[in-house]
Design a protein around this ligand. Structure first.
Ligand SMILES: [Zn+2]
Length: 252
């Protein structure tokens, strides 16, 4: 049975970039795991680190509950995600615990250092997770390297402003309302995103982006993805096949 792990750096990243697709898949009976590498404990100036971590993990877990997904957190430090031995072992243990055959993670190019580090770590941890002698903790090795996909970067552009073009997208349809509800659980972020990012309405920002991706594919709302196909990662279109009628391919 196919299952999908969506893993990104902070609580709310997945709700901006992939939650609608996860809702579509969950409605079709696919087992979903949502994971963050950090608790996002730097994402507040109103509560201390421990309080913020607890609040944000609670928000992420509530969002996951809306689609019947499990939530896991690797508890790496916010703004402290690096492509090093400690982080790679922690991320590999997380991927082993989730035990999914499709993994969707951050874009290799994105605005935040944790996002770019998360992308590399998850890519390399997908390889390491199936290596029996790579020891990480209690979870056993995966039987095979999972199918690996990247979400869009925030805003759909790399650091030089060059658009990142997805291979395919998911037509969200009615799942867009579920995506909105999942992001709305991240109540702590409304004030923080306004202060730190200058975005007065984080729900509106997500909607603008999701509708923009929809226009790119001729529908009302969509989320884009790219498949990582370097050897020895699996190249078959596992996620595309799973999307069924919601699969959108680029318009000619
Ligand atoms: Zn983030």
């Amino acid at each position: 049975m196919t299952s999908v792990l969506a893993v990104h750096a902070h609580p709310d990243d997945i709700e901006h970039l992939a939650a609608g697709t996860l809702a579509v898949l969950a409605a079709a009976g696919v087992r979903i795991v949502i994971a963050t590498l950090t608790a996002g404990e730097c994402g507040s100036d109103a509560t201390d680190l421990a309080q913020t971590a607890a609040i944000r993990k609670g928000e992420a877990a509530r969002a996951a509950t809306l689609i019947g997904a499990d939530y896991l957190c690797a508890d790496l430090p916010d703004l402290g995600v690096f492509n090093d031995d400690t982080c790679r072992r922690a991320v590999t243990e997380l991927i082993r615990r989730a035990a999914c055959d499709i993994v969707i993670t951050a874009s290799p190019a994105d605005y935040h250092p944790d996002h770019e580090a998360a992308s590399r770590l998850v890519r390399d941890a997908c390889f390491a997770a199936s290596v029996p002698n790579y020891r990480t903790g209690e979870a056993g090795p995966l039987a095979a390297i999972p199918h690996l996909y990247f979400m869009d970067p925030i805003g759909g552009r790399d650091r030089e402003g060059v658009p990142v073009v997805p291979d395919f997208a998911c037509d969200l349809g009615a799942a867009f309302a579920t995506k909105q509800a999942m992001l709305a659980t991240h109540e702590s972020q409304a004030a923080w995103v306004a202060r730190q990012h200058g975005i007065a309405d984080h729900l509106g920002s997500m909607e603008s982006w999701t509708r923009r991706r929809g226009r790119d594919f001729g529908v009302a709302a969509a989320e884009g993805f790219r498949q990582y196909r370097h050897q020895p990662y699996p190249k078959t279109p596992a996620l595309q096949d799973l999307l069924g009628p919601a699969l959108l391919t680029p318009q000619a």
